[in-house]
Design a protein around this ligand. Structure first.
Ligand code: SF4
Ligand code: ZN
Length: 732
C-alpha cells in the first residue's frame, strides 16, 4: 500500500472522527447522554459497530463510548523517513472511519439532518436502508436475480457518461447506490438533470450527498451477514469474511479522490469490496484481505463497468429477447401514465386474457408468432385501446400441466421488464400498456410474442422445448377463447384445491437461503409455502425439473410419525442432512414444538401472546408496536438466522389461510391480533376458512393496531367480543 494513500486514509479518518466528536458534544449538550436513538426500522442498533464489536449502541452515551473506542483505531500519519507497508494503519483507519461515519450519521438523524434533502432540487435521499428493504431484497440476493451491488461515489465527467454507466449496470441487474460528489457535482444530480427515475423501483438508490453516506451501503452489507449468514455480533472476522465471500459489492470512484474517499475506500477493502477509479490512482494489489486487486483504475468510461465486473469476478447472465427496447428487471418498476400511453390492452378497457397451455411436441412450431385478426396492423397503428388475447402454447418432454400456472405467472414479469412496456394483473384481468417512447423505438405487436417466446425458453429451459404464441386481436375471437381459458383455469384451480399434504408422497425443500442462513431449510408442502411467499409446492416441483441439482430438492415423506403435528420420518432425515445436524426434527403444523426455522425473508411473523392464549401476526413493513411489546424489526432479529424458536415462526402470507396453519395448536381460531393491512390482504380466503371452522365472523373478533397495541387492552377487547381463543386449551 502506498504511503501516500495510507496517509490520505489516516487523515480522512481523523477528519470524520473530529466531525463526529464535535456533533456529539452538541447533541449531549442539547439532549443529554440518556437520549435514545434507533435508525429507522432496524433491530441492529448501529449495525457496523454492532457487527464488529458486539456493542449495542442505544443511547447518545453509548455513542460517546463507541467513539472513544474508535479513537483507539486512529493512527498518526506515517513518518516521512521510515518505510513500512502501512497496511495495518490504513485498514484500521478504514474501520475507524466506518465507525465514525456511523456515529456521525446517527447524530445527524437525531438532529433531523438525515435523510438529506437536496436544497436545489428538493430531492430527498434515501438515507439509512431499513431492515424491511434488506429482507425484501434477500430473495433476489439468493436467487441470483441480482448478481451484485455497486456504490458509485462522485460524479461522472458529464451527464451522458453518468447515464451510460448507470444503464450498463442496470442492464446487468446490478443494484446501484449513489453517494458523494466531485467538483461540486454528483451522479445523483446528473441523473436527476437527465430526468432518470431514481429509487428502489429502478434500483438506483441515492443514499446521500456526502462520501460519508456510503456508510449506509456498508451497513446494509454487514447486516446481510447478521441476518442471512447467522454470524454473531462481535465476530468481526466472521462478519468480514462473509461480506467478502457472499456480498458481491464494489465501488466506482468517479472524479478526483480525496482523503475521505480514500479512508472510506479503506473501510470497503476491509469488507472485501474493491474499487475502480476513473482517475490515475496507484493500483493496490491484493493485500491479504482479498485475492483480487483492491483498487484499480480504468480511465475509459466505456470500459469501467466491465473492468470492475472482472475485478470482483461477478457472473452475469442476462438473456434478452430480440426486441427494439432495453430489457431487464431494472425496468419492472417503471410506470406508464395515461398521457405516455400509445396503446393499451385489457384493464377493463377491452377484452383481454393471457393463458399458457400445454401441447404435444408435434402440434406447435417453435418461435412461431401468429397474429389473428384481419386488420390488426391498422388497429395497432391507430393506438388507443385494442382487444388482445395472448395464448402461449408450450411443449416439452418434461412439460407437465402442473407447470402451466408457473409459466403463466412469469408472463407478467416477461412483459414488465421491457422498457416502456407495462403489465398488471393476470389471466382475464390483465392490463398492458405500450408507451409512445417504446413505439417510437419500433416496438411492434408481435414483439409481445417474441418476448414470451424468448423468456419462456430462457426461464424454463429444461421443461420447455417449444413455444408458440398466438395473439388474437378481434374482440369476438378474444371472448371466445377467453371462455375456453376460463374452463381450463377452473380445472386447474380445482386440482390445486385438492392438493393436500396427504395426497402427495413428495415434498420439496428450498435451500436457496442456505447461502445466507446455512442451518435453514424451507420444507414446502402442498399446504405450506416457503416463508418468503415466493415458492409453493408446484414451484418447487418445477424448479427441481428445471435444475435437478438446484436449490429445490424432493423430500420423500416416508412414514408419518405424527399426523396432527405434521411430522414424517423422511422430512426429519432430510433436515438432519441438509442442515448439517443443526435441525433434527420438525413439526410442520405447530408453532410450539420444533417449529420450522426461519432464515430472515419471512413475509410475516407469528408470535405467541401467552396471556391471550393465542397468537398475533405481523407483516414485514409494519413499523408500529405490537401487543407483545416488540416491533417487527426487533421480532425479526429473534426469529431469523435458521433457529427453531418455539412460540415464534416466520411464515408466508398464504400459509395463514391454509388448513394446516397451526393445525395442532387449534388452527385459525388462535389468531387474536393481526395488522389491519394483513387482515385486508387475506380477507377472502380467511373468511372462507373461518366459515369452515364454524366462526364466520372470526376476522372481526381479531384485534388490530387500530384497536390496541398492548396486551392489556387486547384482553379487554377479546373478552368483549368473546374471541374463541379464550375458551381453548392453554397453549403453554
Ligand atoms: Fe428462502 Fe424459503 Fe423462500 Fe426458499 S422458500 S427462498 S429457502 S425463504
Ligand atoms: Zn430466506
Amino acid at each position: 500500500m502506498s504511503k501516500l494513500i495510507a496517509s490520505a486514509a489516516i487523515r480522512g479518518a481523523h477528519h470524520v472522527f473530529n466531525n463526529a466528536e464535535e456533533l456529539l458534544k452538541k447533541v449531549i449538550d442539547g439532549k443529554g447522554e440518556d437520549y435514545l436513538f434507533e435508525f429507522p426500522d432496524t433491530a441492529f442498533y448501529l449495525p457496523m459497530i454492532y457487527a464488529m464489536t458486539g456493542k449495542q449502541v442505544k443511547t447518545v452515551g453509548d455513542m460517546k463510548e463507541a467513539l472513544e473506542m474508535t479513537r483507539g483505531l486512529l493512527h498518526e500519519e506515517p513518518d516521512e523517513h521510515i518505510w513500512k507497508p502501512y497496511l495495518g494503519e490504513a485498514l484500521d483507519s478504514g474501520m475507524a472511519i466506518l465507525f465514525a461515519e456511523e456515529i456521525w450519521l446517527a447524530l445527524r438523524y437525531i438532529e433531523g439532518l438525515e435523510p438529506v434533502t437536496d436544497p436545489d432540487t428538493g430531492y430527498v435521499y434515501n438515507g439509512f436502508i431499513t431492515d424491511t428493504i434488506q429482507r425484501n431484497l434477500g430473495i433476489q440476493l439468493v436467487d441470483g436475480t441480482m448478481p451484485g451491488f455497486a456504490v458509485i461515489i462522485g460524479a461522472a465527467p458529464d451527464e451522458d457518461t453518468a447515464v451510460n454507466i448507470l444503464r450498463e449496470l442496470q442492464e446487468k441487474n446490478i443494484l446501484i447506490f449513489l453517494s458523494g460528489e466531485s467538483n461540486g457535482d454528483s451522479c445523483t444530480k446528473q441523473l436527476l438533470r437527465k430526468g432518470i427515475e431514481l429509487g428502489w423501483d429502478t434500483r438506483i438508490v441515492p443514499l446521500g450527498p456526502g462520501t460519508e453516506h456510503t456508510l449506509y451501503a456498508a451497513d446494509w452489507a454487514i447486516r446481510a451477514s447478521l441476518i442471512f449468514g447467522g454470524m454473531k455480533p462481535g465476530d468481526f472476522k466472521g462478519n468480514l469474511r462473509y461480506t467478502k465471500e457472499r456480498v458481491f459489492a464494489f465501488a466506482l470512484g468517479l472524479g478526483p479522490m480525496d482523503d475521505i474517499k480514500w479512508a472510506t475506500g479503506a473501510g470497503a477493502i476491509n469488507m472485501g469490496f474493491p474499487a475502480v477509479c476513473d482517475t490515475d490512482v496507484p493500483v493496490i494489489h491484493p493485500t491479504g484481505v482479498t485475492t483480487y486487486e483492491e483498487v484499480d483504475k480504468e480511465l475509459d468510461h466505456a470500459k469501467i463497468v466491465q473492468k470492475v465486473i472482472e475485478v470482483r469476478g461477478l457472473k452475469i447472465i442476462v438473456e434478452k429477447p430480440p426486441i427494439p427496447v432495453a430489457y431487464g428487471p431494472a425496468f419492472e418498476g417503471e410506470r406508464i401514465r395515461k398521457d405516455d400511453t400509445f396503446i393499451e390492452f385489457g384493464g377493463n378497457r377491452s377484452a383481454a386474457f393471457e393463458w399458457v397451455r400445454t401441447r404435444e411436441l408435434d402440434d406447435i412450431e417453435d418461435g412461431k408468432i401468429n397474429i389473428v385478426g384481419d386488420n390488426w396492423q391498422e388497429e395497432y397503428e391507430k393506438g388507443g385501446v385494442m382487444p388482445l388475447g395472448i395464448l402461449v402454447e408450450v411443449a416439452g418432454r418434461k412439460m407437465q400441466a402442473d407447470f402451466e400456472p408457473i409459466i403463466e405467472r412469469r408472463l407478467h414479469h416477461n412483459i414488465n421488464e421491457g422498457q416502456g412496456i407495462w403489465h398488471m394483473g393476470q389471466r382475464d384481468i390483465n392490463w398492458i400498456r405500450i408507451s409512445h417512447a417504446a413505439r417510437k423505438n419500433g416496438f411492434a405487436l408481435e414483439d409481445i410474442g417474441k418476448i414470451h417466446h424468448a423468456m419462456a425458453h430462457s426461464r424454463f429451459k429444461s421443461i420447455v422445448d417449444k413455444v408458440q404464441v398466438t395473439l388474437l386481436t378481434k374482440e369476438e375471437d378474444v371472448i371466445k377463447m377467453r371462455e375456453e381459458a376460463r374452463s381450463a383455469w377452473e380445472i386447474r384451480d380445482e386440482r390445486m384445491a385438492t392438493l393436500t399434504d396427504e395426497s402427495v408422497d413428495t415434498f420439496y425443500s428450498c435451500l436457496l437461503c442456505q447461502s445466507f442462513a446455512p442451518s435453514h431449510t424451507c420444507v414446502i408442502t402442498p399446504e405450506r409455502l416457503g416463508l418468503c411467499g415466493a415458492y409453493n409446492w408446484l414451484d418447487g416441483k418445477a424448479a427441481f425439473e428445471i435444475d435437478p441439482t438446484g436449490g429445490n430438492q424432493p423430500i420423500q415423506k416416508g412414514q408419518t410419525i405424527d399426523a396432527v403435528k405434521g411430522r414424517w420420518t423422511g422430512v426429519d432425515e432430510y433436515l438432519k442432512q441438509s442442515t448439517g445436524g443443526a435441525v433434527e426434527t420438525l413439526n410442520a403444523y405447530t408453532i410450539m414444538d420444533n417449529p420450522m426455522t426461519s432464515c430472515g425473508c419471512f413475509e410475516c411473523i407469528v408470535a405467541i401472546i401467552p396471556e391471550a392464549n393465542g397468537v398475533m401476526i405481523v407483516q414485514r413493513g409494519h413499523t408500529d408496536m405490537t401487543p407483545i411489546g416488540m416491533k417487527f424489526s426487533t421480532l425479526a432479529g429473534t426469529v431469523g438466522g435458521g433457529l427453531q424458536t418455539p412460540g415464534f415462526m416466520g411464515v408466508g402470507v398464504n400459509f395463514i389461510s391454509s388448513k394446516k396453519f397451526l393445525y395442532a395448536d387449534g388452527g385459525l381460531k388462535r389468531v387474536v391480533w393481526m395488522t389491519k393491512a394483513l387482515k385486508e390482504r387475506v380477507k377472502e380466503h380467511f373468511e372462507a376458512r373461518a366459515q369452515e371452522e364454524g366462526v364466520p365472523d372470526l376476522l372481526d373478533k381479531i384485534a388490530d393496531e387500530t384497536i390496541c397495541e398492548d396486551s392489556e387492552k387486547l384482553l379487554e377487547y377479546l373478552t368483549s367480543v368473546s374471541h374463541p381463543a379464550l375458551e381453548m386449551d392453554p397453549m403453554l
